[in-house]
Design a protein around this ligand. Structure first.
Ligand code: NDP
Ligand code: A1CAB
Length: 270
């Protein structure tokens, strides 16, 4: 669905909400009303959107096609009831909150809402995001198309058939950028330990992670083959990978980390 996006109500203009909003404004959107109680968070959007600090300030005549919920999960209980009238009027509700289920949000929105759960990630800020989305009961094909357009404005989109899959998605692609940034941090630290000047260590860690990501994005080869392409037989990389790929090292740690994050996503439903 190309072209101008219809009116959107954004609830929460923090890191993710703000990144999504930039994508919609770049794509072209009829009107956006933002509800954000912390004015500094939305200051960069002044003049481009209508800013409100709570739901009571939303212009009476505003009829959003979609309400995008981008507050923290812990803020859902306080925030959602304020938007029940818009949901009841037929606006699609798109929640990016970790953990919060369709059933739980429907109850907070007064018992009637068409809800899509979506899980984006922060590369959305440079339109390189990856979002998985699940349409709840009653969501129409036209609403799926609308939601796809909203999410495509910040990167690639995949649709899920089971709500429960959002929990591992949250752990893998939702949180995934944090694990990659951690890699850049520890690579920089290890470089300094080997005697490289800190500024050079920082530059090389950032460019190595960013360049490898760009190669992965551009290549048709599997990640494993790209790894093998670096690893000369009896060379230096082989020695490093013997440490990183040991049975108790990265593969096991990543599996434990993803299981822990998936479990936390399930807990957040409560
Ligand atoms: N960060 C990430 O990588 C990702 C986050 N998410 C999900 O996105 C959501 C937002 O995360 P993130 O952007 O990191 O968090 P932020 O804290 O940066 O953003 C949330 C914003 O919502 C505001 N807010 C609080 N209460 C209300 C309210 N009642 N009405 C409207 N706005 C309110 C907060 O204000 P204040 O600070 O004053 O409380 C804050 O500015 C979370 O639910 C998270 O699970 C999903 C995918 C990735
Ligand atoms: O850490 C979190 O809970 C959120 C969801 C995925 C990324 N950030």
């Amino acid at each position: 669905m190309a072209g101008t996006l219809p009116p959107i109500l954004l609830v929460g203009c923090g890191k993710m909400g703000g990144a999504m909003l930039e994508g919609w404004l770049e794509r072209g959107v009829e009107q956006v009303v933002v509800v954000e109680p912390y004015p500094a968070a939305a200051a960069g959007f002044e003049g481009r959107v209508t800013l409100c600090t709570d739901a009571t300030q939303i212009p009476e005549k505003f009829r959003p096609a979609a309400i995008v919920l981008a507050t923290k999960p812990q803020q859902a209980e306080a925030a959602l009831p304020g938007f029940a009238r818009h949901a009841a009027a037929g606006a699609l509700v798109v929640s990016i909150m970790a953990g919060k289920t369709v059933a739980g949000m429907t109850a907070l929105l007064g018992g009637h809402a068409q809800i899509v759960r979506a899980m984006p990630n922060t590369p959305a800020a440079v339109r390189q995001g990856f979002t998985c989305a699940y349409p709840g009961p009653g969501v129409t094909e036209a609403q799926v198309a609308l939601c796809d357009a909203l999410l495509s404005a910040i990167g690639e989109v995949a649709w899920l058939e089971q709500e429960a899959l959002i929990d591992p998605v949250t752990a893998v692609s939702g949180g995934g950028p944090a694990y990659v940034f951690l890699l850049a941090e520890v690579l920089e630290q290890a470089a300094i330990e080997q005697g490289l000047p800190p500024e050079l260590a920082r530059r090389m860690a950032r460019r190595t992670v960013a360049g490898s990501g760009a190669l992965l994005a551009a290549s048709e080869e599997d990640a494993a083959q790209l790894r093998r392409n670096v690893t000369s037989p009896k060379g230096t990389t082989e020695r490093a990978l013997a440490v990183l790929m040991a049975s108790d090292a990265w593969p096991k740690l990543m599996s434990e980390a993803i299981a822990a994050a998936t479990a936390r996503s399930r807990e957040l439903a409560q």
